[in-house]
Design a protein around this ligand. Structure first.
Ligand SMILES: [Zn+2]
Length: 135
């Protein structure tokens, strides 16, 4: 049976619930009024790793510039999750702004996980090569 969550506070809900009993969010209203990118960024704090992963991937596909800081925060908050971290790094590479590259450089040097540092380093090299190929 699928599990439903409040998109605002992430409480588990029955699928028929219209208004979250915990945070009083009117769910249909919230989904209609909150921009998709904002919902994805908010979902980076979801307690379920699958939901976080879907948000990480979605933000990368959209190359959402507003997601740079939230993705970097995600890398700090779950430092041992290298699958999620690797995907966050790919999303930062796709976003590709200076802020994203600076963030990746920081991660490549300071992140506690050696695997994550390596993945960030590789993402930076890939981004660089892609830019060189344009010239
Ligand atoms: Zn709620």
């Amino acid at each position: 049976m699928p599990i439903y969550f409040c998109p605002q506070c992430f409480a588990k809900l029955a699928p028929s619930v219209d208004c979250c009993p915990f945070c009083k969010t009117a769910i249909a209203d919230y989904l209609r009024k909150t921009p998709y990118v904002d919902r994805l960024i908010h979902a980076l704090n979801h307690p379920e790793s699958e939901a976080r992963m879907a948000a990480v991937i979605g933000l990368g596909r959209l190359a959402a510039q507003a997601a740079v800081s939230p993705l970097l925060a995600l890398l700090e908050r779950w430092p041992a999750d290298v699958v999620q971290g690797g995907e966050a790094i790919q999303s930062l590479r796709r976003i590709g702004t200076d802020a994203a590259k600076n963030g990746l450089q920081q991660v490549a040097v300071t992140h506690p996980s050696r695997v994550i540092r390596h993945l960030a380093e590789r993402a930076l090299n890939t981004a660089l090569n892609a830019r060189e190929a344009d010239h």
